[in-house]
Design a protein around this ligand. Structure first.
Ligand code: C5P
Length: 402
């Protein structure tokens, strides 16, 4: 991900980014750019090791702020850089964090500006480790990682893959996009912590022959945005998705399917233990009775297709004896209230999200109205990720206490 970072999801956040001496420091430059694009005010603190990889000039140009390297920097009015820099910060992020800086953080050492800031801070500390696989696996690092977690430090990554030393394994710093996404997620409230959510997304594709089929223009953006919002709210999410060209949000387990029947099978396979089921997919109402084994050849004669109704996945899930909390979507072209509330009652749903197709389908923004037992709740028109968060907040408040 992410096509949503442009929506200023870190607006008003002040972040102190600590860059320590690892090869991944070059990726911190891109990270500064992405955090800034997401609206954050980024202040970079470069350690002596970090400055060997990337210069302060680069970070200054990308952040638009002075870069700090020295505990005794005279630019700070009262010589209190170690306290003032994080005074009104929302978080310190150390990326890349070497094994060395992690060990120092565990011990509470404060022998340079960054470690002093970390010790003197009141704000949360996020750490993105970056080191060679053997350093990561060393018992000393294992102990330090456990201690940092116990101290309430948020560990972002590391990821697995090819390393600068040529080895392959755990220890790579997460990519800048992943880190930016993790920072955005960090600031979100967690009303779905400990909950499991199964969702459907996108259109379905009902084959006529090996190359043709019946489908619709659902972009999947609303569903993918909702899956991302659920993960950011602390849920474990399985997204059963018809064919769409969208990146899978971080932390979401995607199950790709094509037809409505495949979608139904995948949903029922994922359902055990789910607290919430959200049907966002634009499931085709009908499918051809038969799909030709070979490509149908053109001829001058008329051709008719016989269609048979598809199962209603959401209605089937909602009618299970131990049904999860079920949420539906109703995309209508007119009479939204009547149709949406009618569908909610017919499918026995505690919550349905209604929208007029002209207000949402395929686009980046959406305007929706939520219908539940209490009545109608219109949400303001907003980018789909923002609408998704409002839906998540509403549904989380309706969930039975687990
Ligand atoms: O198509 P309809 O307007 O009835 O869709 C309303 C809701 O039902 C949506 O949440 C959609 O995902 C779900 N649905 C489904 N299976 C179908 C048709 C709709 O799960 N076959």
């Amino acid at each position: 991900m992410n096509n949503t970072i442009g929506m200023i999801e870190l607006k008003g956040r002040k972040l102190v980014l600590g860059v320590t001496g690892g090869v991944a420091a070059y990726k911190a430059a891109e990270l500064v750019r992405l955090l800034g694009k997401a609206g954050a005010d980024v202040h970079v603190v470069l350690t002596e090791g970090g400055a060997r990889f990337v210069t302060a000039v680069t970070f200054q140009a990308l952040s638009g702020n002075p870069v700090w390297t020295d505990l005794w920097d005279p630019r700070m009015d009262n010589n209190m850089a170690h306290i003032d820099l994080t005074r009104d910060a929302d978080a310190i992020l150390v990326a890349p964090a070497t094994a060395d800086v992690m060990a120092k953080l565990v011990l509470g050492l404060a022998d340079d500006l960054l470690t002093t800031l970390c010790l003197a801070r009141e704000c949360p500390l996020l750490v993105a480790p970056a080191m060679n696989r053997q350093m990561w696996e060393n018992p000393a690092t294992r102990r330090n990682v456990a201690q940092l977690a116990a101290d309430g430090v948020a560990l972002l990554g590391p990821g697995a893959g090819e390393q600068a030393c040529g080895e392959v394994g755990l220890g790579r710093m997460l990519e800048p996009e992943e880190l930016c996404e993790a920072v955005i997620a960090f600031f979100q409230p967690k009303p779905l912590a400990g909950r499991r959510v199964v969702m459907t997304a996108g259109p379905t594709f009902e084959a006529i022959d090996p190359v043709r089929g019946i489908t619709n223009s659902s972009s999947g953006k609303m569903a993918y945005g909702l899956a991302r919002a659920c993960v950011q709210a602390g849920a474990e999410v399985t997204l059963v998705s018809g064919p769409v060209a969208l990146p899978v949000p971080a932390g979401v387990e995607k199950v790709p399917v094509r037809s409505a029947l495949e979608m139904r099978d995948a949903v029922f396979a994922a359902l055990p233990g789910a607290d919430v089921f959200i049907g966002v997919a634009a499931v085709a109402d009908y499918r051809p009775v038969t799909s030709a084994e070979h490509k149908i050849k053109k001829s001058g004669a008329e051709l008719s297709l016989t269609l048979t109704p598809n199962p209603d996945i959401l209605a089937e899930v909602a009618s299970l004896p131990q049904a999860p909390f079920c949420v539906g979507f109703a995309a209508e072209s007119r009479d939204l209230d009547t149709y949406a509330e009618g569908k909610r009652k017919a499918k026995k749903l505690p919550l349905i999200v209604g929208n007029l197709v002209q207000d949402g389908l395929g686009g980046d923004d959406n305007q929706v109205v939520l219908f539940d037992e209490q009545g109608r709740h219109p949400l303001p028109k907003a980018p789909k990720p923002e609408v998704a968060r409002a839906i998540v907040a509403h549904l989380a408040a309706l969930l039975p206490v687990s």
